[in-house]
Design a protein around this ligand. Sequence first.
Ligand SMILES: *Cc1c(COP(=O)(O)O)cnc(C)c1O
Length: 433
Amino acid sequence: MRYYSTNKQSPVTDFKEAAIRGQAPDKGLYFPENINALSPVFFKEIEKLQKDEIAYRVIAPYVGESIPEDELRRIASETVDFDFPLVKVDEDIYSLELFHGPTLAFKDVGARFMSRCLGYFSKERSGKVIVLVATSGDTGGAVANGFYGVDGVEVVILYPSGKVSSVQEKQLTTLGKNIHALEVEGTFDDCQRMVKKAFTDEELNQKLFLTSANSINVARWLPQQFYYFFAYQQWSDKNNPPVVAVPSGNFGNICAGLVAYRSGLPVKHFIAATNANDVVPSYFKTQLYTPQPAKATISNAMDVGDPSNFVRMLELFDHEFGTLKNLISSYSVSDEETKQTIIEVYQQHKYLPDPHGAVAYAATKKYLAENKNDKAIFLETAHPIKFYDVVEPLIGETIPLPESLTQIVNEQKKSKKIFAADEELKSFLLKMA
Ligand SMILES: *Cc1c(COP(=O)(O)O)cnc(C)c1O
């Protein structure tokens, strides 16, 4: 498979190069030259296939010659080595739980796949790869966990001091080994600026091999297709495909779902659910895309005012607004509605969604009110414990700590405090050369 840049000013490249670079040199996003069509037989027998077999068959065409089959099979099966259960919540609404991975959020799949690919590529080259990432919470933990112990790769995570949840901070700072946490005395925007600056610093790039692990990387984006196949595998009424609702921020996840759909996966309709950051719902109303500064909400992993993957959504449908509008409905859900939804779903169905899942659930309700005969799946993208400070007061109960966290909360945090100055990051990195 070859990849072009959505800005069309960079040379076409293969999976390996696209994954190593992250962003194309012309600052566009890499996009596969064609979408692989899966055979009708694959969908017919999908219930009988193991999840690692599904993952391998879905991703193999996109990796092409970059990784040999046996290695890619190993990577795919390690990536999906936990459960993705489809749970019935309401008469016509199901939850696809994507939080059973090591850091309890769906970003584990993309991070695990990408880390293993880079680990494989780094074996072929001399010298270590340094993965730099700025996080506002969930990404850092997933990336840290995904790259933990991967030979030839060092990970440097920048996070804003005092601005991530205590669970998230422990997930970033307790691993050690090849994972280095920098606690920045500043905001997430400072962290992101420092990372961007490092990528363009000549001296750093001469002495080190730096790459980024954010969601525009094809190695993080494309494996997210797996969820949609796992959902369909567990969907019993194969003659009536589900509507799928995706809580969206940067729109990487839903774009992966759209790739799956273009490969032949039966999906009746997509719902793009956002919080108050409503550039995409507005686009569907007005056909105008107007980026906004991000607004802070209780579903903070979706606080994005200019979603980077939006352009991929357009690219997938040749920028045809009519086609997009027929396939996707988009709703914005306020914090108030999100809270109300958490309370209602818990009281009426004994199911506790996290704030991100609740946004998708609320959007699903809006859609089903106008499409009464449909049945829907919403993606539950994080475990509610990650947002206990929001969720617990709403339901008046404490959420039991999942086993994977009982150990980590008692561990000592290991981070290095730095000022929000580009030079501070640079001198830290130079010591790794
Ligand atoms: C990152 C994240 C999202 C948003 O996913 P995008 O691919 O950026 O649209 C939704 N929910 C949770 C819990 C997340 O961490």
